[in-house]
Design a protein around this ligand. Structure first.
Ligand code: 2PG
Ligand code: MG
Length: 415
């Protein structure tokens, strides 16, 4: 056991320069663990609320008034941390203490326990083999809420190096494609300024279809065979351009709208044309039925809920009832604490829904995400592409090869 003997909390800034919360947890008076809460730009309606009344200061105030409740707890035991959080805040969305505190406290505790017990975080979360490396799902090109005007309405075009034999090769393949995408954009647009979105993907002046063509060409130019070495995916983040009043998907930047049926057709067509291995939030976050149709018609594609499931166990149950998703994004801060997120992971696994552990668009240089990806048997790790806060997670995967415990790359097709 690693007993919590001290807590320190502060306001710091994330990769977008927004205020967030960082917490240090000390165990046995000498082992210090740290975690910093990330934040999203495309936020699901049902996610945990980051801060009470949108105020990081208020969140710290609530934590400081209740610090004593965490002293003496076993830092490894996430249920104890969860119960203490719930003794302060029993609201559905952590609106009293805020999801940011729930996130940072639970991760910092585990980090500290990992140091006290001299065991990597992933082993504390999952004590037994098998361990596999998730495939890095690299954000190659994007738009939407992560980039400015003129960029695609689709939030992210993602690369997954399915033919990679090991994690190092996988990362290298994604970086190569990312670099080549820049050259392809440049050849088409001499005014391209090398602009990038929040997660490092290129942000060109291009519509959705052009963006996909650019990426496909870059994959070919690298000498990779689509569907063999490399596959593509898309995070539509479609709730961010779904207009509830007029009930259309408003592709503002492209100057067109699509109704529900047209959107489903468009998604199916893109999956077919580009042999997409992965689509995320292809329809709005409440359309379980539409997602179920896309899932049923595309058994070779991981149809994933992010804004739809918000790492919430009840939403995972709803998806299972509707047969709505073959994949689920796991973002701890959407759920609040690590305990909440691990429950969600169990629910997904029990229903044969594949997990994809994910960063947020606003991040820190923490690398805990990589441990969570391995411990939850995630098939993929969505961690952006470039920028110190993104590469921190990818490099941690490389460090973890030194444990000789991880048996290679995840099996993408099995459950
Ligand atoms: C997403 C994420 C990460 P955000 O939509 O999947 O890419 O973005 O953190 O802005 O929700
Ligand atoms: Mg998403």
């Amino acid at each position: 056991m690693a007993s919590i003997t001290g807590l320190k909390s502060r306001i710091v800034f994330d990769s977008r320069g927004a205020k967030t919360i960082e917490i240090d947890v000390t165990t046995d008076k000498k082992f210090s663990g740290r975690a910093c809460a990330p934040s999203g730009a495309s936020v699901g309606k049902h996610e945990a609320q980051s801060f009470p009344r949108n105020s990081p200061e208020k969140a710290l105030e609530v934590l400081k008034a209740n610090e004593i409740r965490f002293i003496g707890l076993d830092a490894e035991n996430q249920k104890e941390i969860f119960d203490a959080l719930r003794s302060i805040d029993d609201t559905e969305m952590y609106s009293v203490i805020g999801g940011a505190v729930a996130y940072a406290l639970s991760l910092a505790s585990l980090d500290s326990a990992s140091k006290a017990l001299a065991m990597p975080m992933f082993m504390l979360l999952k004590p037994h083999k098998p361990y596999m490396f998730p495939f890095p799902l690299g954000n190659i090109l994007g738009g939407g809420a992560h980039a400015g005007p003129g960029t695609p309405d689709i939030q992210e075009i993602l690369a997954c190096p399915i033919g990679a034999r090991n994690i190092s090769e996988a990362l290298e393949m994604n970086f190569r494609v990312h670099k080549e995408v820049r050259s392809v954009i440049q050849a088409k647009d001499e005014d391209f300024t090398y602009g990038r979105g929040d997660e490092g993907g290129w942000a060109p002046n291009a519509n959705n279809d052009q963006a996909l063509e650019i990426t496909e060409l870059a994959v070919k130019n690298c000498g990779f065979t689509m569907g063999n070495d490399m596959s593509l995916g898309i995070d539509f983040a479609s709730s961010s351009f779904w207009d509830e009043k007029t009930r259309v998907y408003n592709y503002k930047r492209q100057g067109i709208t699509r109704g529900r049926e047209k959107q489903i057709c468009y998604v199916n067509q893109l999956i077919k044309n580009y042999k997409l291995i992965y689509v995320e939030d292809p329809v709005n976050e409440e359309d379980f039925e539409g997602t179920a149709r896309i899932t049923k018609d595309n058994t070779n594609c991981i149809v994933t809920g992010d804004d739809m499931l918000v790492t919430n166990t009840m939403r995972a149950k709803m998806a299972a009832q509707h047969n709505a998703c073959s994949g689920a994004i796991l973002k701890v801060n959407q759920a609040g604490s690590l305990y909440d997120a691990m429950n969600f992971a169990q629910e997904c696994a029990a229903n044969g829904i594949k997990l994809i552990t994910s960063h947020r668009s606003g991040e820190s240089i923490d690398s805990h995400l990589s441990h969570i990806g391995i411990a939850t048997d995630s098939k993929m790790l969505k961690a952006g592409i470039l920028g110190g806060e993104r590469v921190a997670k990818l490099n941690e995967l490389l460090r973890l090869t030194e444990y000789d415990l991880i048996d290679g790359m995840a099996e993408l097709s099995s459950n």
